[in-house]
Design a binder for this molecule. Structure first.
Ligand code: BTN
Length: 277
């Protein structure tokens, strides 16, 4: 177990076995963590611009697989499509460094979102669903966003980073800048939960799903079964073009298969989905 506390922030880091509800303890994350490699090395910041930025630097320097960069609070969190991601205190904001083969890159979004769905029900009892491609919703509102960044050279994947942001112990009413389509676990439950339990669950579940990827179908099928988007009339914006139709299915590479009104079926690799009225 390796724990790195950093002083790069203005706020003093917390160390040792101290477990404070308001802040995370890196040793409490790693202690007796039932994983082989994911989360066995934790780099913790009380306050940071973005865990993706530090994770990328670490990956470029050859950090061990499964290294986790985690922050209590992000000041410049990154969302998909160059959007900002707000991670106030009480959020979970972490990035995990992985070195899979290129063949598994498109499955990482399935691994991450399924792990989030499993851990939300395990820790809170709340049922959640996945909105294609990678949002996790509770009661129809976004509670978690996932960002995958990678470096590919030819057929070689240098590294992949899974970034996970979960709205946990804060009230959306205190953050009017966060869209009303979002929620937090505390808002849905009416009480705070242990972020530590949630993080430890996530690390174990991500490793479990990651290790079964070579077995093929199982992760894809379970991901598909948890997608709330399928069967619905949707608008999908991809590369500044909007497509309308019924979200019929997903391919094993994670693409959305959209049936348009003229009967044609198109494959959309990445995009933003909104439900049609
Ligand atoms: C999205 O829904 O747009 C994806 C949001 C991803 C946010 C997480 S929080 C941890 C990691 N660090 C970041 O800066 N972004 C990701």
């Amino acid at each position: 177990m390796i724990v790195i506390n950093t002083l790069l922030s203005l706020v003093q880091p917390r160390t040792g076995l101290e477990m404070v509800e308001n802040s995370l303890s890196p040793t409490a994350i790693t202690d007796n963590l039932e994983t082989h490699f994911i989360g066995q090395r934790v780099i913790y910041f009380p306050r940071l611009t973005s865990t993706m930025v530090v994770a990328k630097r670490q990956a470029q320097q050859g950090a061990t697989e499964g290294t986790v960069v985690i922050a209590d609070e992000q000041t410049a969190g990154k969302g998909r499509i160059r959007r900002a991601w707000l991670s106030p205190k009480g959020s979970i904001a972490l990035s995990i460094i992985l070195y899979p083969s290129l063949a598994y890159l498109s499955s990482l979004i399935m691994v991450a979102s399924l792990a989030v769905v499993h851990c939300i029900v395990a820790i809170t009892g709340l049922k959640s669903q996945i909105k294609w491609p990678n949002d996790v919703l509770v009661n129809g509102k976004k509670v978690c966003g996932i960002l995958i960044e990678s470096s590919v050279r030819g057929n070689i994947l240098d590294y992949a980073i899974i970034g996970i942001g979960i709205n946990v112990n804060f009230r959306l009413s205190d953050f009017p800048e966060i869209p009303s389509t979002a929620t937090s676990l505390a808002d849905e439950l009416g009480r705070d939960i242990s972020r530590l339990d949630m993080i430890r669950c996530l690390l174990a579940e991500i490793e479990r799903f990651y290790l079964v990827l070579p077995a093929g179908e199982s992760v894809y099928q379970e991901w598909r079964d948890n997608l709330e988007t399928l069967g619905k009339k949707v608008e999908v914006t991809s590369d500044r073009t909007t497509y309308r139709g019924v979200a019929e299915s997903v391919a094993s590479d994670g693409s959305l298969l959209l049936r348009q009104s003229d009967g044609s079926l198109i494959k959309i690799v990445a995009g933003d989905v909104t439900l049609c009225a």
